[in-house]
Design a protein around this ligand. Structure first.
Ligand SMILES: NC(=O)C1=CN([C@@H]2O[C@H](COP(=O)(O)OP(=O)(O)OC[C@H]3O[C@@H](n4cnc5c(N)ncnc54)[C@H](O)[C@@H]3O)[C@@H](O)[C@H]2O)[C@@H](O)CC1
Ligand SMILES: Nc1ncnc2c1ncn2[C@@H]1O[C@H](COP(=O)(O)OP(=O)(O)O)[C@@H](O)[C@H]1O
Ligand SMILES: [K+]
Length: 514
C-alpha cells in the first residue's frame, strides 16, 4: 500500500476532479459520505451526542458536510467552528451554507475559551479542525481547544489526520495534537502514522476509499509503501520437488565472544528455520561446544582465538555471510571484518558489533559489498549516522548513506523501515513484546538465510522483517507481550511462513462502501 505526501494528495485531488469532471465540493461530499457511512454503520441511529469541531479549511468543510448528513439521518449533532480567521476555504463556505439549510441549530462560532462546550464522557467528538493542510503548530486559544478536547475522556474520531499532526513532517508541538482514539483517513495512510514521534497519536486508523484517480495512484512514485501479506506472498519461491540442500545456499555466520554466544545460537536456529540449505558458524574456540550442542544442524568453524574473533576465512566461498551478532569490538575483530569485506563481493548481512566497528572506523564503509543489508537497532543506528533531530531527519540520514554506498539499512522498531537506494518500505507486522533481548539476532539469521537462498537483497530484507514480525505477533497472541522471548519468536518462524498462505476470512462490514 502506497503512502503519498500531502503535496501528492493535493495533486491527486486535482487530477481526480479534472478527470471525473466533478468539483472539489463533490469530492468533499464523497469523502464526508464515507465518514458518515462508517459512523452510521456502527451507531445505527443511536442518540449519542456527537460534537463536531471544524476548522476553516477543507478539513472543517468535511466536518460540516458530515454534520449535515448526520442531521439528515436524525442524529443528535452539535457543530462548532474554531473561528480564528475569516480566511475560509471555498468548500468550507459552501458546506457552511448547506448545513444551515437543514437545521435551525446552526454551527456555533467559537472565538475563545469561553465558547468551549462541556462534553459528557459518553459523547463522541469528531475532530475536523485541521487536516493535511497544517503548516505550523496550533497556537493560542485553538491550542487551548485541543487541550480541552484532550482533557475529555469522550471517544475522539479524527477526520483524515489528528489535528496538529503534519502528514509528512515532524511533530511541531506534541501538546497541540488531538489525541484521537481512531482516525479515518482518506484514500491512503499518511507517513506520520508510522513513525515513532507522530505514530503514537494514531493508535488506530482506517483508510477510506474516496475514489481518487486510479491511474495517478498507480503511476505515481510514493514517498514510501507499507508491506502487507500479498506482497510478501508474491516474493515467496516455491521449492522444487527434486531440489537438494545445495540449492538453498550455504550461509556463513560469524560472531559470538565469551559471554555472548547465545546471540549466535539464536541467529543460527533462526537461519535454519528460515530454510537455508547449509549453515556454518564461525565462533571463537570457547563457543564451539556451545554451538555444536545447541544447534547440531550447523557446522562449526573455530576461530584461531579462544575468546574472540580474529579471522573469518571465506576461502571456501560461502553463498553469503551474516556477521556481527554478539561479536565484541576488539581490535583483532575489526581487522577480521576488514579482511572479510576485502575478500567478499556478494551482499551480506551486517549486524550488531560489526556495525559498531564500522561506526568506529568510518573508512570501512567504502569496502562493504554493495547491496549488503545493515540491521542496526536505534543505538547502533545513532552511532552510524549521528544524532538526528526528528524522525524525518533520521530517514534522510539513512537514505543518504544507502545511496552513497548502495546499501540497504533497516530502521528497527515498531513499523521497521527497510530503506534502500530510492525506496522506503514500512513493515506492518510486529509488536512491543518483540522489544526483548536477542530478537534482533533472530532477524539477522532470517535475513541471512533468505539471502543465502538466492532472494535479492531488498526482497530478503523486506521478507525477513515481515516474517519476523509475524512470528512475533503469533508469539504475543499466545503468550502475551511480556513473555515473548527471542526463542519464542524463532520457534514460530514456521508458523509465519504457513500464515502467508492462510486464506483470510471475508470482511464482515468494511463501512467504507458508498
Ligand atoms: N478536494 C479536496 O481537496 C479534498 C480535501 N479534503 C480535506 O481537506 C483537508 C485539507 O484541507 P486544507 O488544505 O483546506 O487544509 P486544512 O483544513 O488542513 O487547514 C486549513 C488551513 O489552515 C491554515 N493553517 C495551517 N496550519 C495552521 C495553524 N497551525 N494555525 C492556523 N491556521 C493554520 C492553512 O492555511 C490551511 O489551508 C484534508 O485533510 C481533507 O480533510 C477532503 O475533503 C477530500 C477532498
Ligand atoms: N515496539 C516494537 N514493536 C515492534 N517490533 C519491535 C519493537 N521493539 C523492537 N522490535 C523489534 O525487535 C527487534 C529488536 O532488535 P534489536 O534491538 O537488535 O535486538 P537485540 O539486539 O536484542 O537482538 C527488531 O526487529 C525490532 O524491529
Ligand atoms: K482532523
Amino acid at each position: 500500500m502506497k503512502i503519498f505526501s500531502a503535496e501528492q494528495l493535493y495533486e491527486a485531488d486535482r487530477i481526480t476532479c479534472e478527470k471525473q469532471q466533478i468539483s472539489s465540493t463533490d469530492l468533499m461530499e464523497r469523502a464526508a459520505g464515507q465518514i458518515f457511512n462508517w459512523l452510521n454503520t456502527r451507531m445505527q441511529g443511536a442518540q449519542v451526542p456527537i460534537h463536531i469541531f471544524c476548522g476553516i479549511g477543507n478539513n472543517g468543510g468535511d466536518g460540516l458536510a458530515l454534520g449535515r448528513m448526520l442531521i439528515n439521518h436524525g442524529y443528535k449533532v452539535e457543530v462548532y467552528i474554531a473561528n480564528f480567521t475569516d480566511k475560509r476555504s471555498k468548500c468550507f463556505l459552501i458546506n457552511y451554507g448547506r448545513i444551515k439549510d437543514v437545521t435551525k441549530n446552526w454551527p456555533k462560532l467559537m472565538s475563545g475559551p469561553d465558547d468551549f462546550p462541556e462534553i459528557h464522557p459518553d459523547d463522541i467528538i469528531v475532530d475536523a479542525l485541521f487536516g493535511i493542510g497544517l503548516t505550523r503548530a496550533i497556537e493560542g486559544w485553538v491550542k487551548e481547544l485541543v487541550l480541552h478536547l484532550n482533557s475529555s475522556p469522550a471517544f475522539k474520531l479524527a477526520i483524515d489526520i489528528p489535528s496538529g499532526l503534519s502528514a509528512n513532517g515532524p511533530v511541531l508541538d506534541p501538546e497541540g495534537v488531538v489525541r484521537a482514539n481512531h482516525t479515518l483517513t482518506f484514500q491512503t495512510p499518511k507517513m506520520a502514522f508510522f513513525l515513532p514521534k507522530s505514530g503514537q497519536f494514531v493508535p488506530y486508523f482506517e483508510a477510506l476509499d474516496i475514489g481518487l484517480d486510479p491511474q495517478y495512484l498507480i503511476e505515481t512514485k510514493p514517498m514510501a509503501s507499507i508491506v502487507l501479506k500479498p506482497e510478501v506472498k508474491s516474493f515467496y519461491r516455491q521449492r522444487n520437488k527434486y531440489s537438494h540442500k545445495g540449492d538453498y545456499g550455504h550461509l556463513l555466520m560469524a560472531g559470538g565472544n565469551q559471554g555472548q554466544m547465545g546471540a549466535m545460537v539464536l541467529s543460527s536456529q533462526a537461519a535454519l528455520r528460515t530454510g537455508c540449505g547449509l549453515l556454518t558458524v564461525h565462533v571463537p574456540k570457547c563457543g564451539l561446544d556451545i554451538l555444536q550442542t545447541a544447534v547440531p544442524e550447523a557446522m562449526a568453524q573455530p576461530d584461531l582465538e579462544e575468546l574472540t574473533i580474529s579471522d573469518i576465512p571465506v576461502n571456501w566461498s560461502p553463498t553469503t555471510v551474516a556477521v556481527g551478532m554478539g561479536m565484541g569490538t576488539k581490535a583483532e575483530t575489526a581487522e577480521a571484518i576488514k579482511t572479510l569485506f576485502a575478500q567478499t563481493e556478494q551482499p551480506m548481512v551486517i549486524d550488531a558489533d560489526a556495525l559498531n566497528l564500522i561506526s568506529e572506523h568510518q573508512n570501512m564503509f567504502d569496502s562493504i559489498p554493495q547491496g549488503s543489508i545493515l540491521t542496526p537497532h536505534p543505538g547502533e543506528l545513532k552511532r552510524l549516522v549521528g544524532e538526528w533531530t526528528d524522525d524525518y531527519d533520521k530517514i534522510e540520514r539513512v537514505k543518504q548513506l544507502c545511496e552513497k554506498h548502495q546499501l540497504i539499512i533497516l530502521v528497527k522498531g515498531a513499523n521497521t523501515l527497510v530503506i534502500g537506494p530510492g525506496l522506503i518500505k514500512i513493515n506492518s507486522t510486529g509488536n512491543p513484546g518483540m522489544a526483548t533481548a536477542g530478537s534482533g539476532d533472530v532477524l539477522s539469521g532470517m535475513i541471512g538465510s533468505l539471502l543465502a537462498q538466492g532472494y535479492e537483497p531488498i526482497i530478503a530484507a523486506i521478507m525477513g522483517v515481515y516474517l519476523h514480525g509475524s512470528a512475533g505477533n503469533m508469539a504475543a497472541t499466545e503468550l502475551g507481550f511480556e513473555a515473548v522471548t527471542a526463542s519464542e519468536i524463532s520457534s514460530r518462524i514456521s508458523e509465519s511462513f504457513l500464515e502467508l498462505f492462510r486464506e483470510e476470512a471475508p470482511p464482515q462490514n468494511s463501512g467504507s462502501k458508498e
